[in-house]
Design a protein around this ligand. Sequence first.
Ligand code: APR
Length: 267
Amino acid sequence: MNDLIERAASDLLNSEYAVALTGAGISTESGIPDFRGPKGIWTTDKEAEAKAYERYDLFLRDPKSYWEEVLGLKGMHGAFYNEVKKADPNPGHYALAELEGFGLLKCIITQNIDGLHCKAGNTNVVEYHGSVHKLRCPSCGFRCEFEAVSLEKLPPYCRCGGAMKYDVVHFKEPIPVDVMEKAEKEARTCDLMLICGTSAVVYPFAGLPRSARLGYKTKAKIIEINAEPTPLTYEGISDYFIQGKTGEILPQIVETVQNRLNKGGGG
Ligand code: APR
């Protein structure tokens, strides 16, 4: 394990434009369950998964019922969003914020809707699947903070007249174009991609590592950190795989980088 930590520290110090891709795995140590891990929500609650696949259609068909569901007023799955809002970052999130502080990490593209990377201090975060802290109007693309809109009357309406929804991207819902384009550009610009805590099976997000391989200037080096191997590991998309918890491995990488920087050394 140590040699992989040393190797990752060297690769980061030698990188010109490193980005991180993150998934639910980086937030499990903050008490938010993942989806497809052994204790994941979809793994343990098939009804929740079925409801999640119907959520966007429900919004299009009946936005009032959609809001009653996601606010936990109807059924029990809306409570998930309320729980996510209460969570705090863990050492994995803070480690990525430190890497940004060293000037080594340029951007994070996350599938997580919990806002914990921003809470930990990262400033350039692409929320690929949206955020529970925001609302969005699918008609005009307008976004605002959750608290900025009254939910006394449901559904809330946008100034364009469209019904607003959680900014969260549900299954079968298109990824907002602005987010998709920014993520693709970052993936093709990077020369190092650090992938943390994702099963890498949900598209189009899972296509980003492959885009990084076809980078504008260079074929990015891909480092994968996860509790279990993924299709990226098996297909050889990642250059190397570090197995374990992101909240334990990322701080070790940061410590190794910090020691090198203190010695005035590079990668
Ligand atoms: N450290 C490292 N890996 C972890 C940890 C941890 N502390 N905890 C869990 N994992 C791993 C799991 O073993 C699993 O392989 O993280 C991965 C999480 O995968 P998923 O649960 O599939 O989450 P993610 O890849 O983010 O899901 C993608 O699917 O359900 C939709 O919209 C939802 O954004 C989500 C998308």
